[in-house]
Ligand binder design. Structure first.
Ligand code: FRU
Length: 492
């Protein structure tokens, strides 16, 4: 059966999207597809939305365009999971089919009230961005209830074209909503509203405003309590590069401090980039019933080319990561559930690393690696992944720079990028080296690479489009030692 798509004269709708998905799954061939990350069944995925635990499972919605592997009229796709590893595809939750959201159902969040699941999203229509809600009694089918914050409720001096990505949460008797915005002078802003019933909202205050966002707004704010601190997330556009930080054209930052809901203020004591890699954006968190704070992010970046588009899909999510606070800083570790999917353990200990070391059975692209390096007297020491011939991606410690470098310049696939981005092939982060040792935990999934350094003190996330599956260790300008290594295949 041929589905009439919006492109061939049909209109948008969730049922049309679902028919299209079913009839086009085969069109998405295996090229570069992940095996244990959330990704669109067909077409395009960006930001995670409405990440929540409800009705006995975790729900992940996402920015979705089914009809092609590029950003277009935004729908909300929907997955559920019991363990953050296996994702069950659910019917499309929202389509841009209302009189106030026909140009897109943009990012947002969700909240439970009176046993019902409410989605709060940005409705876009004729260059106006407003905030709307939809409700579900079963967590599967959603009914739109209409606009709840119009652009007339923006404080004076805000651009009506940029008012989006509502994050709703409850504190005391009130529901609060953070939204990204921009002043008419182009300063990024985060706005706070409050409501008693999710329907009528009043503006409280501008929680953050500055001129570091050189090109636009703070997208996708989030706010949650971790330990005894409040943590605010945002994804600012064009955030000014600061040494090795914020090198992507759009960054994701966290701020630790004290949130005062009544006044609508956030007293910041620390700020940093969430991930130091290439492909990490618009993270959202949920608070799980067992107390964990879990974050997931879009594992891609704006203003670049998407090499997987030729296979019929683009965009995917990071592994969900548990967040903890240590010494006032955010630490990330992959959800422990992933360890249930470990196969074929391989272990090594005390291996001297020279120019190039390959270890028996240590290869693959759907794997977890966990190893500790004694950095010896080497100038550079690390690992080559996705290796074949001249192709590889490298993660290594550079003593002169005292940084860990993620270098994908030899992966064998070109990615075009924005002229304002210095490059899209090398990123680095500073790490705290103690006793001349460095621990790396790396997850590869066909075309993705997530690196957790020193127990999650820093992370680096990047896609690698290579044809190789080889792995080797290397030390340059001296020697080093692999104190221990574990390698597992990840099979879901
Ligand atoms: C962030 C973003 C959001 C917006 C959405 C549209 O990646 O630009 O600000 O709501 O994507 O798809």
């Amino acid at each position: 059966m041929k589905t009439k798509t919006p492109a061939s004269g049909g209109s948008y709708g969730t049922k049309i999207a679902d028919l299209y998905i079913v009839h086009n799954l085969v069109a998405v061939n295996g090229g570069s597809r992940h095996t244990y990350h959330a990704m669109p069944p067909v077409g395009w995925m960006n930001d995670p939305n409405g990440f929540i635990e409800a009705f006995g499972k975790y729900h992940l919605f996402y920015q979705f365009y089914p009809y092609g592997p590029s950003w277009d009229s935004m729908h909300w796709g929907h997955f559920t999971t019991q363990d953050f590893v296996k994702w069950k595809l659910e019917p499309t939750a929202l389509a841009p089919d209302g009189p106030y959201d026909s140009d897109g159902c943009f990012s947002g969040s969700s909240v439970i009230k009176d046993g019902k699941l409410f989605l709060v999203y940005t409705s876009v229509m004729a260059e106006r961005q407003t905030q709307s809600i939809a409700v579900s009694e079963d967590g599967v089918h959603f009914e739109k209830l209409g606009v709840v914050i119009s652009s007339d409720q923006l404080p004076k001096g805000c651009a009506k074209t940029d008012f989006r990505d509502p994050k709703v949460f409850k504190r005391g008797e009130w529901y609060y909503l953070l939204a990204g915005s921009m002043s008419e002078e182009g300063e990024g802003m985060i706005l706070l509203y409050r409501s008693a019933d999710l329907l009528k909202w009043e503006f409280v205050n501008i929680v953050r405003r500055d001129d570091r966002t050189t090109r636009g707004i703070y997208e996708c704010p989030d706010l949650f309590v971790l330990g005894d601190a409040d943590v605010m997330f945002a994804s600012p556009q064009g955030y000014r590069t600061e040494d090795w930080r914020y090198e992507n054209v759009q960054s994701s930052i966290y701020m630790v401090g004290k949130f005062n809901a009544e006044e609508g203020t956030f007293e910041k004591v620390y700020e940093d980039e969430i991930d130091g890699g290439f492909d990490f954006y618009a993270p959202q968190t949920l608070k799980a019933g067992d107390g964990r704070t879990i974050m997931i992010a879009w594992m891609q970046m704006w203003q670049r080319s998407f090499p997987t588009a030729k296979h019929g899909w683009a965009g995917s999510m990071t592994l969900p990561r548990e967040l903890t606070m240590r010494d006032g800083k955010l630490y990330q570790s992959p959800v422990h559930e992933i360890e249930r999917y470990r196969w074929n353990p391989v272990r090594f200990s005390n291996v001297k690393i020279g120019n190039r070391n390959e270890l028996t059975k240590v290869y693959g692209t759907k794997i977890e690696l966990l190893f500790t390096l004694d950095l010896g007297d080497a100038e550079r020491v690390g690992i080559k992944l996705f290796q074949r011939g001249d192709h590889d991606a490298r993660i290594y410690y550079d003593r002169g720079k005292n940084r860990v470098i993620f270098d994908r310049s030899r992966m064998g696939t070109d990615i075009s990028f924005d002229p304002e981005e210095k490059d899209a092939s090398i990123r680095s982060v500073a790490v705290d080296i103690k006793e001349n040792k460095l621990t790396m935990r790396i997850f590869l999934d066909v075309s993705s690479c997530e690196v957790f350094l020193n127990d999650g003190e820093r992370t680096m996330t990047g896609n690698v489009y290579s044809d190789g599956d080889g792995i080797s260790f290397f030390a340059e300008g001296g020697s080093a030692r692999l104190i221990s290594l574990e390698k597992y295949d990840i099979v879901v």
